[in-house]
Design a protein. Structure first.
Ligand code: ADP
Ligand code: 5GP
Length: 184
């Protein structure tokens, strides 16, 4: 392990399979997945401090004022932010860090920390993306529509501005590719 860890940002359309691939790579250990703060309400099964730090609007405002965020964005109507201190501490302790954030946030991180590697998770086709969003059963019809409408813009950014592009066709193959990109 190198003295300090490296920063990896994983982004891509909602439903492309980011969570699925990251959780496979996390199993090998030695990687820290940053826990973002959000103003969105917790979904069933989500735990404060594990999935997100669930904050009120006022709490989130205060952290913005304090400069606590490496980046923050409004995504699908809620605010989400990466806590600078958490990332810095993990990197200083020698762990590689993954940020799973939206595409705009990823580009912000790259502007502030050019050494960060941006990894884009791409669905094999748009039809398959829709099938996965529906299969996940986490989103309403309206939410699925917004996610599908946002995807082409995200894919264009992924193609042109990210360091690595991984097509999540077969889970095991794509997870191996993610591990390889991360030097594991
Ligand atoms: P994201 O984190 O990008 O929003 P998820 O990891 O939640 O996406 O995946 C969305 C859905 O697609 C989940 O139900 C997941 O099980 C499924 N999925 C992920 N990768 C694949 C794949 N390679 N083939 C088929 N289904 C997949
Ligand atoms: P969800 O509410 O489904 O967990 O996440 C919605 C979107 O917010 C996803 O695209 C996710 O990657 C993004 N997101 C989660 N945390 C952050 C963050 O800290 N910053 C930014 N910019 N986006 C985030």
């Amino acid at each position: 392990m190198s003295e300090t860890g490296r920063l990896f940002v994983v982004a891509g359309p909602s439903g492309a399979g980011k969570d699925t691939l990251i959780s496979k790579v996390m199993k090998a250990g030695g990687v820290h997945l940053s826990v973002s703060a959000t103003t969105r309400k917790a979904r069933e099964g989500e735990e404060d401090g594990r999935d997100y730090r669930f904050l009120t609007d006022e709490e989130f405002d205060r952290l913005v004022e304090q400069g606590a965020f490496l980046e923050w964005k409004e995504v699908y109507g809620n605010r989400y932010g990466t806590l600078r201190e958490e990332v810095d501490e993990a990197i200083a302790s020698g762990k590689d860090v993954i940020l799973e954030i939206d595409v705009k946030g990823a580009l912000d991180v790259k502007a502030k920390a050019p050494e960060a590697r941006l990894i884009f998770v791409m669905p094999p086709t748009m039809d398959e993306l829709e099938t996965r969003l529906r299969g996940r059963k986490a989103d309403t019809e309206e939410e699925i529509e917004v996610r599908m409408e946002t995807a082409p813009w995200e894919i264009e950014k992924g193609r042109n501005e990210f360091d690595h592009l991984i097509v999540n066709d077969d889970v095991e193959r794509a997870a191996r590719e993610l591990a390889r990109v991360m030097g594991r």
